[in-house]
Design a protein around this ligand. Structure first.
Ligand code: HEC
Length: 177
């Protein structure tokens, strides 16, 4: 086979690959305000899942796994902090609810973060943050959940002692589901 023939054949194959019809995706439009499909039945978890996926997942990962793998080397090469995981491999469970809620409201302002933790301010209501936390807690182990619940109870009592009574969110569905 002459080289010219092989070269022409390659060129032909490349050209036909480039002209192949593009893969098309069907997109179903939903009315704004509609919640995406969910496997949950508990209204708190349904809301928490939707809000987490909308507001947090692009940084903390759709399974709470933390910063997107492909971007980690770049962030490290700049000496910047990574987005921490929200799941059992991170340490969100070491903070009581009261502190986690403040982190979401006030953010973590650190000029060395490539993706700084946003301050959501009045953009998310407190009961929405509680729903997001209920959704995140499903990724933790029983021990982590129990430890964090104890911390939260202690702080609720300490704050009640100061006359500050914060609302709580009850989740009826098994948190491990
Ligand atoms: C733009 C990216 C980004 C978005 C969006 C974001 N975060 Fe973060 N988050 C970060 C980064 C970066 C940190 C670590 C900051 C640091 O430690 O300096 C962080 C830290 C946190 C922490 C403290 C973590 C720990 O282990 O101590 C919590 C809690 C948190 N985020 C919750 C949330 C929740 C809930 C949402 C959605 C409502 C959210 N974040 C949205 C980037 C983001």
């Amino acid at each position: 086979m002459s080289r010219l023939f092989v070269f022409s054949l390659l060129l032909f194959l490349l050209a036909s690959a480039a002209c192949a019809p593009q893969q098309r995706y069907d997109i179903t439009l939903v009315a704004s305000g509609d919640l995406p499909t969910t496997t949950f039945t508990d209204p708190v978890l349904i809301r928490g899942e939707a809000s987490y996926n909308l507001l947090c997942a692009h940084c903390h990962g759709y399974q709470g796994e933390g910063q997107l793998e492909a971007t980690i080397a770049n962030t490290r090469s700049l000496g910047m902090n990574l987005v921490p995981p929200a799941n059992a491999s991170g340490h969100m469970w070491e903070h009581p609810d009261q502190l986690l809620i403040r982190v979401v409201q006030e953010g973590i302002q650190n000029p060395l973060d490539q993706f700084p933790m946003a301050a959501f301010g009045d953009g998310v209501a407190e009961d929405e943050i509680r729903a997001i936390l209920a959704y995140i807690k499903r990724w933790w182990t029983d021990d982590q959940r129990n430890h964090q619940a104890t911390l939260t109870r202690d702080w609720t009592e300490r704050m009640a002692g100061l006359g500050i009574v914060a609302p709580t969110t009850e989740v009826t569905e098994n948190p491990g589901d």
